[in-house]
Design a protein around this ligand. Structure first.
Ligand code: TYC
Length: 110
């Protein structure tokens, strides 16, 4: 709600409350392990869709392979959604069951 300020002359000025420019919420894109997708394909997806370098892509793939899940990247919601779709479409085109999900990062205070 706008505040109303009155000066000595009786003029009333409406002051718009400052709009807080919040940072957009960020989402982690999670990569899930399965028994059928090849390691090479996962590395390729991390490279082409998530722009990870070779060593980083291998590190993330191995982490997912050993622990079951890992972070492919962190993005705004629409970018994260698009990358999940691209990666899953690529996987399906080669009949791999690779699965990706996204989850919001916890909110940081200003
Ligand atoms: N577990 C797969 C294998 O042994 C490799 C793999 C890694 C699959 C990561 C999915 O997100 C994944 N071929």
């Amino acid at each position: 709600m706008a505040d109303r300020l009155e000066n000595d002359a009786g003029t009333i000025t409406q002051v718009k409350p400052e709009k807080k420019l919040k940072r957009p919420r960020l989402y982690r894109v999670l990569l899930h392990n399965d028994d059928y997708t090849t390691r090479e394909f996962v590395v390729q997806v991390l490279h082409t869709v998530f722009h990870r370098g070779e060593q980083e892509a291998i590190r993330i793939m191995l982490h997912v392979h050993h622990t079951g899940v890992g972070v492919a990247g962190v993005f705004t919601r629409e970018v994260a959604e698009t990358k999940v779709q691209r990666a899953e479409r690529l996987a399906r085109s080669q009949e791999f069951p690779l699965r990706l999900t996204m989850e919001p990062e916890e909110e940081e205070d200003a």
